[in-house]
Ligand binder design. Structure first.
Ligand code: DX5
Ligand code: ZN
Length: 222
């Protein structure tokens, strides 16, 4: 299975986005992770549609949009039109999960369901045949720079097992606190799309950081 790194631009220099995106492209980052927070579903507010539209104009990178909003069904089509390639939304949101998956796919965009640390793996098994990716939050959604919650690893393992049992090719994404220590743990449990914000943007050598998070380099001094 191929591993991917999705860079969370929440940790980027937001006033220098054009150059930050160029740096991600030049250093082998696979996707750009765009965290949308509405101040209600989570206790923080970030950026939304107009910023995504502008990002779309300057890059061909896969835009991996993570909606931490109360009613994702209401906004799915607009995020698709603004340029998202993948849209993740939370099963804990107020929108109907299946209806939202279908609305995203109807726009020709990949659909993903996200779950918070306290949400059991079993609660999303029924959606696996319908989606392209399952996002396991490895911190409480809301802020970058938090510590990985070790109890979430078992959930990654259960979800990957279920995907295999069902003969599906769904990606499993982990988001929050991913660094050189936690990335191998998450990969070993079955995650193959690794979101990284603070670790990646702090790295002195971003391309080496990407290789380490993906498991292509064992270099231990970073
Ligand atoms: C948290 C966001 C994450 C966050 C990851 O709610 O969903 O994408 O930006 O940042 P790090 O890698 O710093 O934990
Ligand atoms: Zn995220």
């Amino acid at each position: 299975m191929k591993n991917y790194v999705s860079a969370s631009v929440l940790s980027a220099d937001l006033l220098d986005m054009r150059n930050e995106i160029k740096k991600l492209e030049d250093n082998g980052v696979d996707m750009l992770h765009f965290d949308v927070m509405d101040g209600i579903f989570v206790n923080n507010i970030t950026y939304g549609l107009p910023v995504l539209e502008q990002v779309r104009r300057v890059t061909d990178m896969t835009l991996d949009v993570h909606l931490m909003i109360t009613d994702p069904l209401r906004y799915a089509e607009r995020f698709a039109k603004a340029g998202a390639d993948i849209i993740s939304f939370h099963s804990e949101s107020e929108s109907d999960t299946l209806e939202t998956i279908r609305a995203i796919k109807a726009c020709g965009v990949r659909a993903a369901v996200a779950i918070k640390p306290a949400t059991p793996a079993e609660s999303v098994y029924e959606f696996l045949p319908e989606i392209d990716m399952l996002l396991v939050m490895t911190v409480e959604p809301g802020f970058g720079g938090q510590s990985f919650i070790p109890e979430t690893v078992e959930k990654v393992r259960l979800i990957r097992q279920r995907i295999q049992q069902l003969g599906l090719s769904c990606d499993v994404q982990v988001d929050g606190g991913i660094n050189y220590e936690t990335a191998p743990i998450a990969r070993e449990a079955g995650a193959n799309v690794l979101v990284s914000g603070s670790c990646l943007f702090k790295a002195e050598d971003m391309s080496e950081a990407v290789r380490m998070i993906k498991g292509e380099s064992q270099c231990s001094e970073m």
